[in-house]
Every structure is written in C-alpha cells, then in structure tokens.
Design a protein. Structure first.
Lengths: 464, 238, 226
C-alpha cells in the first residue's frame, strides 16, 4: 500500500523524468559545480584522510552529545545568550512567535536556514502578522514564487535567468533583464531597506562550537552577516546535532563544507557569533537567542546503526551526485531534506511508513556514500530503512511473492524448466504489454525484454 | 586450482554465454571449474527489498552449497557484493556468522579474481572492435573493481577502449528499482546509453549482465546499433 | 522566558547513547592525540613568509580581491588616496586603530567613526568601510577580523567597498594557524563576533553564474604594509 506521499512522489517523478529540458538544465547546473569541486578536492594533500578526520570528530561529538551540548550552552549563557531547548517544531515556532510579540517587532529578516524550513517557521510568523523576508538570493527567489527550495544548498537551481527576470518583473515591478548581475542587483536593492528596518534577524548555524560557546555561519553573499549585525534581536535556530567539540575543528570543516558543497576552497564569509553585542563593541544585536531543536533527532540518535546520519554537515554533495535527484529534481521529494540524506533521515524525523518510499526510490549505486565528507554510510542506511519498514509492516503480497521466490530458488531444476516453458510466450507478453502486471508493464514501457536463452547455463553444464 | 563458479539466476537463464565464457577462460588457464547445481540465487532481490528473513533462507542454502575452501568467482559485481559484503551483515549474530565471513573472504568478482588473485592480465584474447566500458555500481563501489577490467581489456588484441563521460554513474537498473520506479530507471538508463553512444563504440562492455540487460533493453527499443556484451565474453574471444 | 525542554532533551540523549555506535575505523588504528591532523591533509602551504605572501596574492587574484603591497604607512596612505580617486569615494566609515588612523587621515575624506555610534542609515551612505584585521591567511586568501579589532559587525559588510589595512606580521600560513592566533589573542574573553572573509561578496544562485556584490561588499581591497 502506497502512502499518499509515496503516490505523489511517483506522480511527480513520472512527470519530471520525462522532462528532457529539466534533465538538461540540472545536468548543466551541476557540471560547473563538478569541475570546481574536483579542482578544490585535488588541492587537498589528502582528501580521504580529511574525510576520516571529519568523521572521527563528528563521531566524538554525536556520541557524547549531552556533554558537548551542555558545555556549549553553558558558555553561551555565561555571555548573555538566551538558550531555548525545543523538543519539537511547535515549541520552536511558539518561542519565536512569542519573542516577536514581546519585542514589538514588525519586520523580520532571515538568512538561509533549512532548519526553519523544517519547522515551517515562516508560515507561523506570517500568520501571526509579521513580515518575513528571506535575504539569501536563492531563498528570496523561491519565496517570491511561493515554492519550496529545490536543493538544500542551491534553492533556485531549477530556474533560468529568464524565469527569474519574469518573476522579478511580476512581483517587484523591475525591468526585464537577461543579465544575472543586474538581476542580483535588483534583489540587493530590494533587500537593502529590509535589512535596515528589520527588528529581528533569524539565522541558522552550520556548527556549534562547544569549547568556546559560539555558532559558526557559512555563506557567500553576506546576507547572514547583515541579518546578524543590524537588527536589535538575533535569533539563531540550530539542530542539536550540529555541536562540534573544538574551534580548531573548523579548520577541517569549513574547507570541506565549501569543497563538497559548492566547489570552493572556502566560502566567502564564515562567521563566529558568541553572544549579543559586548559593552566594548560599537554595534550588534542587543539580544541573542539560540533555539536548539530536537524534532526527531533524538530518535535518530537512538538508532545506533544509523546514528552517523546525524554527522551531516548539510553540504549537499550527496544530492549533487545522486542520479535519482538529478532526474526527479528537489521538489519531487516534497520534504525539507532532499536527496540521499533526506531519504535516510526523513523516516526518522517524520515517520517510517509515510516516508519509506524515498529509501526505495534508489538503485543503491553508492555514489552518495563515496562523496560524503563525513563518511555517512548513506546507501546502506537506505537498505536499513527498507528492512525496518518490512519488519514494522510487510506488504502481504510482496512477502508472499518473496517466499514463493525463495521456494522456487530452492529448486533450481524446477525454475529452469519453468523458464524454458515460458520462452515461446515472450512475444505474446511483448504484444500484450498494456495488460501485463506493473513490473512487466513498467519494463516494457521503454525497454525490450531480454531474450531467454535456448539453453541455460545449467543445461550446458549438465551436458559437459 | 579448483574454482567454484557461482552463476546468478539471470546469467544462468538469460546470458549463459557469460558463464560458459568464464568456464572456458579458467580451464584455458589450467584450473578446474566447479558449479553447484543446487543453488541459483544469492538472495539479493529479497535482501534489497527489505525481506531479510526470506533473504537469509535463500542465502543459507548458498552458504551450505559453497562451504569449503575453494575460491568462489561470480561474473557479476552485484551478486559478488551480496556474498562478499552483505552476507556477513545478513548473518550477524546468527550461528552462520562465521561461515558467512569465511565465504565472504574467498568470494571474488570475475575480473578482480583474474587480475588480483591469479595475477593474470593477458588471456590471449582478440576482439577487433571499438568498445566502451560501463562500471557496474556494486562492483565499483562495494568491491572496488575499476582498474581490473581495464587492465584485462588492455591486452585484448585489436580492441580499442573508448571511455565514456560519466563512466561511473549508475545505469539505473538497481534490481527491483527498475520495475518499481521504471520512469527513473529509464531516465538514468537513457543518460547512460547516450554517454555510451557518444563514444562511437560498437560494443558496450560491462562486468555485470544485469546492467547490460537494462541498457540493451533501452538500446533495442531505440533501435540503436550499439551492442552490449559481458567482459567474460570479450575475454573468451580469439 | 524559560529555557524550554532542556532536561527532557538531555534525558532522551543520554538514553539514546546507552547503546554505542561503531567507532570510525581510523579511530581504532591510531591513538586519540594523533587523530586529527588538518595541517597534513589541507592544501599545502609554503613554510616561508615570501612563499606565503605569493600564495596569498595568488588567491586574491583568483578571488578578485584587490591586493596592494606597500612599504610603510606613508605609502599606504598614498595608495589609499589613489583608490579614492579610482573609485570616487565620497564618504568613508572606519574605526580607530593606530596603523589605520594614519592611513585614514591621509585619505582625506569625510569619515564616520564607529566609536561615535553612527546610525545604520548613516553607515549605509558610506562608499567604503575601512578596517584593520587580526590576520591574513595565505592558504585561502582570507582575512580574519572581529568586532573588537575591526570596528564592530556592520562596518566591514554594509558599505559597498571594504578596505583592509594589514601589516606583514599579520600574515599566517593556514586556517589552523589563524584559529590558534584567534584563541591565543582573545583567550576566553572573545568578541561576540568574528569572521573569515574570503573575497568580495558573491552568489551563484542564478544559473550558477558568479556574480559579485550580492549583499556584502562588491569590492574588497587589501593594503598590506611591509
């Protein structure tokens, strides 16, 4: 039985995989990334050792999460940060909405944070009457289009400059232009006033440093710096798994995140924030709130087999190499985290039976595991999710079929005879493909059937 | 030495010449080839679908049939990976754990057995054609097979190897994936087939017949002249 | 405002961690102190200052950071004046710092100082933000600065041009060295904000085409005083 999410996935995937324009667009978008990524990887003296090192640091952090989180929060609170621990999305949203009310805010500016997508923060804030503006260019664009981000690092990857120009013309009344620089300047001008007027700036955090009580924010545009510099209140939203032990660990993570994520040696701005503005500083927010989010992460933590999925640094490298992602596109996943990592963790965060289909929609090629900077065993976890789904609630027909298959393979001679017998019927099967059961019909929609050999290998062997 | 050939179901029934080629190659090298008629499937379809109990039942028969000391050679990266990498996981914390580990240690994919275990690269083969090679994902990423097929093809007389772009991207077969998500499987296969066609090769070679079956299905439907052939069949040619 | 579900979340974490997860294989092979060696894995950096300077310059070129090497504060001031002519700066913003003050004085344009707590709208009108820094990083072509060393958070990001005046002894080899410097310099009394700046602001969000000056400064100039 397909969940409604699974059925929608199939519908969207059918449409997108037939869209050759989409396929070509994504392919060309990723080509330039691939070239840059390979160049920067080659600069490393030992990329594979760096992966091992990064995996080791993350193992240490996640497997002693209570200790490191404790230290992290203690240091933050000592210097004036207000830390709020949210068990779930609702608690996080409620805290932030209440804060906006308390501060008498009108306008809120946001820098890119997938965690806020995860908890659907913008909708809550808007419903409560606040203006929420996304400042990251890609997020700004998809916000205007009222659609979800297409990719967790490149939100507007699926759009051409013409589509963006039309969008700006329609929503911002700007003159149409084919020039990416001019389009960027339109967004820059539009956002300038928003930065200066915002009462609250909401950011994410790529890492939380336990040793010094700081969050680290990685970006290229400078919008996160502005979001966390200008408004009088700064709220950062961070998943509990983002904590790393030491400041010096960033020397490894920042270049690896940039290399794997965007094909850069390091991104343009990597900022450390350790609290509200200090007395000897000329500017900065008067208040800094950090909202720590569980929302199913402790559930994933409890699954020791898949715990390493919490090592994720959200670089997006697994999406970029995934042939499924490349063909169905980010929106088909219909959930915050797309691609291989999304397929692994979404069942834990949002329910196994509703979201197991993402784990099945994979050929298990393993390209994701190969590129992951922190060595998450991604494609094997897809197998684990499948096994867990079957253990929870097997499909009766499927199980029957596999049991029958098991019995048949226990009698190879019989299987051989049956296949020999079916051989003359193949042309019929081809001709009647429209009325064939889904597996055969699905195959025949685009592929010819293989020929069944006249003589099987075991026949040959017997006659030797 | 005595080599046990494990012939997966699709090779047995659909591509027997792959198995026959492997037998001929090993016998030409002076080895004895054994084949266990009591088994036909490694259990991967059930395993990949999440039915690990059923997979274990099938795999237990394989464990029993292949018990011993002889190396087991599989002319398929995916079935080879199932036995070598996944049997230990499947039988973890069961009485068969040790047997699974022992079998895994002496199970090899066909090309890696020739090159890494037997130290053979030149089989005296001849295959006068332009070919391109597709790396099956299980062989590539589960078993680290990449260099070996190319080292073997290098010594095939009159053969020209034209590497395709995106040679390590998945063909889209993925077992049940091919029929559970046929639209995605097809899109992936089309991309792969296009890369292969771009090389101008006459033959598309791989070390996994399941990949070739899927790609040939697409190529035939597209009425392309590009033919698929297994590495063993190329190496058995003279 | 309360702190929320701290106890419950920590409780769930401790419960979850009662079952251990496999240790990454490398941890089994080596002992803990040898484990993480970023210097040995990250891109190589020349050990000498001349080599590092050349690498920093090469990175600047690639990043489109304008780089000016000068001898002494006087020349720095002259170069700053040339930049002013080149870019048509009318209003500057800066902060007080010994080596910086001399350069800004020579520049000779109306300057807003962060110490005077200017309104953000006033800062927005400035053509250039002029700051000192904590370090220059050869390996990546980056600049490390903090709210304490560079006049706050907004000065180096709001104006469309950011000019950094640095001294040669601020050049360090790589990220590990820069982080060590930061830790040693601020030793537990950290500024609330620090940042590694690597080139002018940029985006690739439109068809993966590189555009400079997305929200942060479109121009970044480093004057390095030998």
């Amino acid at each position: 039985m397909l969940s409604s999410f699974a059925a929608k996935f199939n519908t969207r995937a059918t449409r997108l995989t037939a869209d050759l324009e989409h396929r070509a667009k994504i392919r060309s978008a990723l080509r330039s990334y691939e070239k840059a990524r390979d160049e920067k990887k080659a600069l490393f003296q030992d990329w594979e050792a760096a992966r091992d090192g990064a995996a080791t640091i993350k193992w240490e952090a996640v497997n002693h999460l209570d200790a490191y989180l404790g230290r992290f929060v203690e240091k933050l609170e000592a210097r004036g940060t207000k830390v709020f621990w949210a068990s779930n999305a609702q608690e996080a949203r409620d805290y932030i909405v209440a804060l906006a009310k308390e501060k008498g805010a009108h306008s809120i500016i946001k820098s890119k944070t997938m965690t806020s997508e995860e908890i659907h923060l913008n909708d809550s804030l808007r419903q409560a009457g606040y203006e929420v503006v996304e400042s990251d260019l890609g997020e700004f664009i998809v916000q205007l289009r009222e659609e979800a981000p297409y990719h967790l690092v490149f939100p507007a990857m699926h759009l051409t400059r013409t589509e963006i120009s039309d969008l700006f013309h329609e929503k911002l009344h700007s003159a149409p232009t084919d020039n990416p620089e001019q389009l960027t300047m339109i967004a820059r001008r539009e956002l300038r006033l928003k930065y200066l007027r915002a009462d609250i700036g909401i950011s994410g955090a790529n890492f939380g440093i336990a040793e010094t009580g700081m969050i680290s924010i990685t970006e290229n545009e400078g919008n996160a710096r502005l979001t966390t510099a200008l408004p009088r209140v700064h709220v950062a939203l961070m998943g509990i798994e983002k904590v790393i032990p030491k400041l010096s660990d960033l020397a490894l993570f920042l270049p690896m995140l940039a290399t794997a994520g965007t094909g850069q040696q390091i991104t343009c701005y990597n900022s450390l924030i350790g609290g509200p503005r200090q007395p000897d500083e000329p500017d900065g927010p008067a208040e800094f709130h950090l909202v720590l989010l569980d929302n199913g992460r402790t559930q994933l933590l409890a699954d020791a087999e898949q715990r390493d999925a919490l090592h994720c640094i959200r670089c997006g490298a697994c999406l970029n190499v995934c042939p499924i992602f490349r063909n169905v596109g980010g929106h088909t996943y219909a959930t915050t985290y797309q691609g291989p990592i999304g397929s692994v963790i979404t069942p834990h965060l949002r329910g196994l039976m509703d979201w197991k289909h993402l784990s099945y929609a994979s050929s298990l090629c393993g390209a994701c595991t190969e590129v992951c900077p922190v060595k998450i065993d991604l494609h094997h976890h897809l197998l684990h999710n499948r096994r867990n789904a079957v253990a929870r609630n097997p499909d009766r027909w499927e199980r029957f079929a596999f049991r029958a298959f098991a019995r048949l393979t226990a009698n190879p001679g019989l299987l051989d005879k049956l296949v020999r017998l079916s051989r003359p019927f193949l042309p019929l099967v081809r001709a009647a493909r429209q009325i064939m059961p889904p597996p055969i019909k699905g195959w025949l929609a685009s592929r010819e059937l293989p020929a069944i050999a006249l003589r099987s290998f075991r026949n040959y062997w017997k006659s030797r | 030495m005595k080599i046990t050939l494990f012939v997966p179901c699709f090779v047995d029934q659909l591509f027997p010449s792959v198995g026959i080629s492997a037998v001929r190659i090993f016998e030409k090298l002076g080895h004895n080839v054994d084949f266990k008629e009591s088994i036909i499937c490694c259990g991967q379809p059930a395993f990949n679908a999440g039915y690990w109990d059923e997979a274990r039942g099938i795999a237990a028969r394989v464990l029993k049939a292949l018990s011993g000391q002889d190396p087991v050679v599989v002319p398929s990266g995916s079935c080879g990976a199932m036995i070598r990498n996944f049997y230990p996981e499947l039988f973890k914390n069961t009485p068969e754990a040790e047997a699974a580990a022992q079998l895994a240690r002496r199970t090899f994919e066909f090309s890696s057995f020739l090159v890494d275990q037997l130290g053979v690269r030149d089989l005296g083969s001849r295959f006068p054609a332009k070919v391109t090679f597709h790396d099956g994902c299980h062989g590539l990423r589960e078993l680290n097979v990449k260099r070996q097929p190319r080292q073997l093809l290098e010594h095939v007389r009159d053969l020209t190897l034209l590497e395709m772009e995106d040679q390590t991207s998945c063909c889209g077969f993925g077992g049940m994936f091919a029929v559970k998500f046929p639209m995605i499987s097809t899109a992936m296969g089309e991309t792969k087939a296009a890369s292969a066609l771009e090389t101008g090769a006459e033959y598309l070679v791989s070390n996994d017949s399941s990949c070739l079956m899927h790609l040939q299905g697409l190529l035939s439907r597209q009425k392309q002249k590009l033919k698929t052939i297994h590495l063993a069949e190329v190496l058995a040619s003279s | 405002m309360n702190c929320g579900k701290q106890k419950e979340i920590l409780g769930r974490i401790r419960e979850a961690l009662k079952v251990s997860a496999p240790i990454p294989h490398i941890a089994r092979r080596q002992n803990a102190s040898q484990l993480v060696q970023p210097k040995a894995w990250l891109p190589a950096v020349p050990p000498d200052q001349a080599g590092q300077l050349a690498l920093f310059q090469k990175n600047c070129l690639q990043l489109k950071t304008e780089f000016c090497l000068v001898r002494g504060t006087e020349e720095a001031g002259r170069v700053a004046k040339e930049l002013r002519e080149k870019y048509g700066w009318s209003l500057a913003a800066s902060h007080h710092q010994i080596q910086l003050d001399a350069v800004v004085r020579t520049l000779g344009i109306e300057t807003v100082y962060m110490e005077d707590q200017p309104a953000q709208t006033a800062l927005e009108k400035c053509s250039v933000g002029i700051t000192a820094c904590d370090a220059l990083i050869a390996q990546t072509g980056s600049i490390l600065l903090t709210a304490r060393s560079a006049g706050g958070r907004a000065l180096s990001v709001l104006p469309p041009h950011h000019l950094v005046v640095a001294q040669i002894n601020q050049l360090v080899a790589d990220l590990p060295a820069a982080i060590d410097l930061f830790s040693a310099r601020y030793d537990g009394n950290y500024p609330s904000f620090a940042t590694f700046i690597t080139g002018p602001s940029r985006t690739g969000d439109i068809e993966r085409i590189l555009v400079l000056g997305a929200h942060g400064p479109r121009m970044l100039t480093v004057i390095l005083v030998q």
